[in-house]
Design a protein around this ligand. Sequence first.
Ligand code: SIN
Length: 181
Amino acid sequence: MSDVWVFGYGSLIWRPDFPFEEARVATVAGWGRRFWQGSTDHRGVPGAPGRVVTLIKDPQSVCWGKAYLISAESREEVIDHLDYREKGGYSLHQTEMTFLGGPQECADGLIYIATPGNPNWLGDAPMPEIAAQVRASEGPSGLNTEYVTELARALSEMGADDPHVFDLARHVARAGRDDQA
Ligand code: SIN
């Protein structure tokens, strides 16, 4: 087995819990990030799912994320670990990534995507409804609001623009202020 890149665009950006050789900011073209996947094992529970990100095909979009280089020696163990972590509807796919900065510009990588029709798929909803669901949800990995705010923080640190994520983060923060008023 050889080294392999894994591209993360959700919690894998800000909570990598596996050994890697190198991490690089990268993009994948033709995919848009959306809070359209239900989470019953991390940020919600069965019967009261939270909302987490997946990717939808969108020729106009470029999705920013973090690419991790996994060594050949730890590849099997890391992929087993990630298959378990991402078991709530995600399947493993291959993608071409473009690195931002550095010598090598492109590489193939692995990516976890929750495709429409998986058992936890929620799909689109008006932004205030998505925000309300996020504010109401909590699961074994913690509050759903933390997932949104950590993702928005990590993306802005990377210099990424993602209107869907930043809009949701604003809605979630605004609803929090209203609750305190
Ligand atoms: C990812 O981060 O790449 C997959 C979705 C998630 O675990 O939040």
